[in-house]
Design a protein around this ligand. Structure first.
Ligand SMILES: NC(=O)c1ccc[n+]([C@@H]2O[C@H](COP(=O)([O-])OP(=O)(O)OC[C@H]3O[C@@H](n4cnc5c(N)ncnc54)[C@H](O)[C@@H]3O)[C@@H](O)[C@H]2O)c1
Length: 270
């Protein structure tokens, strides 16, 4: 399989390591799209990790390479810049920065591009689980979904939480945001992908209630949510370990991307 990747941060680099494992999906070639001006640095860094990757800086070069599947892990800016043209050219894209779809215009543009290209926008479960039942229950009538995202204070550094709280001295759990999933995704673009994923699978970005919490006693990045629908009630709590390269990103997210790759090429999809 020829894999296209957008971004060269924590998720992509960790994924490259996972793809080296003996039982990993059979990826024989990688085309990796980096931000303009970062090609030389990425070239050295990535060459030390895998001989299979070619680095490109232009969306057109990624498209010209004709990968079998493209995975975006480049943040909201990366989605806005590259994903539309890839879809329009007919390539399925796994969009890891799900929160980017809280931008109504961008989401509409991507849907139009996907229809035009006959391609699909694939939203991975990412750091959360149970997306299958949340998505299935969305057809069962009125659904409510309440999500609570709890992370250690350092995982909220650089976000508006740092203005609301003194993250360095926090001694107990503090709720610093309550609102909709759309508001959470807009205000916490690097931290609210789970809220956006649950919302898109469930009652939508404006109807999903979100609470964000900094907790010095948190055992990791904890995602809990409750769904009430005419067909079922669901309660889920997941304790994720942060990835080594980025405390904001749970390592389970990267396994979830690996799963999308496996499902794309394997004989069975699960
Ligand atoms: N779906 C989920 O559950 C979930 C979980 C964790 C992280 N994420 C999202 O995945 C994305 C990547 O996470 P990460 O931990 O690897 O972040 P990171 O900050 O380590 O890496 C981001 C990479 O994107 C690159 N980039 C930024 N703008 C770009 C552009 N316009 N074109 C090309 N490359 C660009 C950066 O140079 C960097 O290499 C983030 O948006 C993050 O919010 C999603």
């Amino acid at each position: 399989m020829h894999l296209g990747l957008i971004g060269c941060g924590n998720i992509v680099k960790t994924l490259l390591g996972f793809l080296d494992a003996p039982d990993a999906p059979d990826v024989t070639r990688i085309t990796l799209l980096v931000r303009a001006g970062q090609c030389d640095r990425a070239q050295d860094e990535i060459a030390a990790m895998t001989p299979k990757a070619e680095i490109v800086e232009e969306t057109a070069d990624l498209i010209a390479a004709r990968p079998d599947l493209i995975v975006e892990a480049a943040g909201h800016a990366g989605v806005a810049e590259h994903v539309g043209p890839c879809l329009e050219a007919g390539f399925d894209v796994v969009v890891v920065s799900v929160g980017a779809l809280s931008d109504t215009d961008l989401a509409a543009r991507l849907e139009t591009a996907a229809r035009a290209g006959g391609a699909r926008i694939i939203l991975p479960a990412g750091a959360v689980g149970g997306i299958d039942i949340v998505s299935a229950l969305s057809a069962s009538g009125e659904v409510t979904l309440t999500y609570r995202g709890t992370k250690p204070p350092k995982a909220w550094a650089g976000s508006p939480a740092a203005e609301a709280l003194d993250l360095d001295t926090l001694e107990s759990a503090a709720v610093f945001f309550t609102g909709t999933a759309r508001e959470a995704a807009a205000q916490f673009p690097k931290n609210a992908n789970v809220a956006a994923t649950l919302a898109l699978a469930g009652p939508g970005l404006d109807k999903t209630r979100v609470e964000l919490v900094a907790d010095p006693a948190a055992p990791g990045n904890v995602h809990s949510y409750e769904v009430v629908s005419p067909a079922a009630k669901v309660r889920v709590e997941i304790e994720n370990l942060p990835s080594n390269g980025n405390a904001k990103t749970s390592v389970a997210t990267i396994y979830s991307v690996l799963r999308e790759i496996r499902n794309h090429i394997g004989p069975m999809v699960i």
